[in-house]
Design a protein around this ligand. Structure first.
Ligand code: SF4
Ligand code: SF4
Length: 192
């Protein structure tokens, strides 16, 4: 990654060792067996045009920027859906649908979960109904496809490390309020 871009990225208080620990914790399948076999690896496909993932602030330390399976771009935090506390650029990556599994970003390792911070400030993990309802059988049919307890526990531990960074915490809070709003939306009643 070019030095002048790196200098303009949203700053993180986490170090590479923190991200290595998070990656290790999240190196575990979500269910017994290969969930990709249930859906044809839907979340790794371009299920809508231009879909990709944002790296967390500091997560770029886990990449050289020359990975042949990733296309990189950089988005202004101000002009995208990030908290006001985020100043600068955010790395956005698109993969080609396959990756060295040990290199996949935090977002891929966490899905189909998302971190949730309650209005009282308590961290927990929730099914990511914001992005997963229409693409992921683990989200749309959790009774049929229960997640492994160990995956849930490790995800919680990983995110308790990540939200030590106040900017990441701000983003989790913002996404959590969005989830609250989404869950109380009238159209959700159509699925119950
Ligand atoms: S997480 Fe969900 S969408 Fe992704 S491969 Fe597994 S079942 Fe499919
Ligand atoms: S980086 Fe890997 S796990 Fe993530 S979407 Fe791409 S192929 Fe799937």
């Amino acid at each position: 990654m070019l030095g002048y871009i790196r200098r303009r990225l949203v700053r993180s208080t986490l170090c590479k060792e923190d991200f290595k620990r998070v990656y290790r914790l999240l190196d575990i399948p979500a269910i017994e067996g290969d969930c990709g076999a249930l859906c044809g690896h839907r979340c790794c496909q371009e299920y809508e045009p231009g879909v990709g993932m944002y790296l967390l602030p500091g997560e770029e330390l886990m990449f050289s920027g020359r990975e042949r399976w990733l296309r990189w771009s950089y988005k202004s935090a101000k002009h995208h859906d990030f908290p006001e506390s985020w100043k600068g650029l955010v790395a956005f990556v698109m993969c080609n649908g396959t990756c060295p599994r040990e290199k996949r970003p935090v977002q891929c390792r966490t899905f189909p979960l998302m971190p949730y911070i309650s209005p009282q400030g308590q961290l927990s993990m929730r099914l990511d109904t914001l992005t997963g309802s229409l693409i992921c059988p683990l989200v749309s049919n959790p009774e049929r496809h229960p997640l492994k307890e160990e995956f849930l526990e490790r995800a919680l531990e990983a995110w308790s490390i990540l939200i030590r960074d106040p900017l990441i915490r701000d983003d989790v809070v913002q996404q959590s309020r969005k989830l609250d709003e989404d869950e109380s939306a009238p159209w959700r009643g159509l699925f119950t």
